[in-house]
Design a binder for this molecule. Structure first.
Ligand code: SAM
Ligand code: SF4
Length: 331
């Protein structure tokens, strides 16, 4: 398989696909509590369209797929889609990002079909703070999912958004969870994708500040090599089973090695998290374009990518600066 490169010499090997924009939580950093306008069902890519698109992407050299949303398990028959994608020739790694509310019953099947890893979003280990952050009382099912993932030895990363004044006290308990559990705890800078339109001029809890805070409490924190194309800076604490990572999602320090593209639930291609969509793939699919025509349009988009998230944000046509809900982007 030949590797596809963008106009900045970066290989493109990874697609993140949102299967829905709907969610059963209302994390305040992601969605407003009320007034969300979900996409009508007919605007979502169908399973057949998703399968066709991923096959086309696989033929271009994409080998890694992550399903995300919205909350992926809110989409009916998600496991059918996951099974179908796992059988597409060329797709070597299938990953999932979930909030864990509905996930537990599907863990054995995920294991059986060989899911490569699951990212679980969990910003606190405190039930009442979980409620305050997500505006829903769903802590127990999420913990059930986490425990089942560990029991089934599915590689798990916990993604925790670091929110000024909201969950700083949760950083250390989350790290302590990795003492005896094989889990990577990754702290993410809060981005402006909350669907509210309030944008920070400066971010207080930057990845540097998060890291300093962790180092103060764990002076033995040791840098470990980051995997190729990793978005996180990764560390070990001697004696701890798991690891700790920090993701500079707002500072955007990882753009130089970005190998990923995104497809929103309505089939809009994003070649950067911060762009506002560069190609309406659903329209191509529904207007009868053949595979070759779709490939050509995708290649055109891949070879005119912004250099980084700052350039992508500057070039936005709609909703500038970026403020749409992460649930519509496919985080
Ligand atoms: N619902 C699933 C979940 O929460 O895991 C998948 C979709 S969610 C949009 C994907 C990831 O985006 C989550 O890990 C979430 O924490 C992250 N996210 C959402 N809004 C964010 C924001 N404003 N800043 C940083 N990360 C955010
Ligand atoms: Fe839902 Fe995930 Fe957004 Fe939370 S972060 S509101 S779980 S889509």
């Amino acid at each position: 398989m030949t590797t596809l490169y963008d106009n900045h010499g970066r290989p493109i090997t990874y697609v993140r696909l949102a299967v829905t924009d709907r969610c059963n939580l209302r994390c305040f950093y992601c969605m407003p509590e009320e007034g969300i306008r979900y996409l009508p069902k007919k605007q979502l890519l169908t399973f057949e369209e998703i399968e066709r698109l991923i096959s086309i992407l696989a033929s271009l050299g994409i080998s890694k797929v992550r399903l995300t949303g919205g909350e992926p398990f809110v989409r009916n028959d998600l496991m059918k889609l996951i099974n179908r994608i796992s059988e597409i020739p060329g797709i070597q790694d299938l990953h999932l990002t979930t909030n864990g509310v509905l996930t537990a019953p599907y863990v054995p099947e995920l294991k059986k079909l060989g899911i490569a890893s699951v990212n679980l979003s969990l910003d606190t280990l405190d039930k009442s703070r979980f409620h305050a952050i997500t505006r829903r009382d769903e802590f127990e099912p999420v913990m059930r999912t986490l425990n089942l993932l560990l029991e089934h030895k599915i590689p798990v990363k916990i993604n925790a958004v670091v929110m000024d004044g909201k969950n700083i006290d949760d950083i250390l308990p989350l790290i302590e969870f990795s003492r005896n559990n094989a889990v990577d705890i990754r702290f993410i800078e809060e981005m402006p994708f909350n669907g509210e339109g309030n944008h920070y001029p400066t971010l207080n809890w930057t990845y540097r500040k998060i890291l300093q805070y962790i180092e103060q409490h764990y002076p033995t924190l040791t840098k470990i090599p980051d995997a190729a194309f990793s978005t996180s800076y990764n560390y070990k604490i001697p004696g701890y089973t798991g690891s700790v990572g920090v993701i500079a999602a707002f500072s955007r320090t990882f753009c130089g090695t970005c190998n990923r593209i995104r497809l929103t639930a309505q089939g809009t291609l994003k070649t950067c998290l911060y762009d506002d969509g560069v190609l309406d793939v659903r329209q191509l699919l529904r207007n009868g374009a053949n595979d070759e025509q779709i490939k050509q349009q995708l290649l055109k988009a891949f070879t005119s990518r912004s250099k980084d998230g700052f350039e992508a944000e500057r070039k936005r046509v709609n909703q500038s600066p970026a403020s749409e809900s992460m649930s519509t982007i496919g985080g």
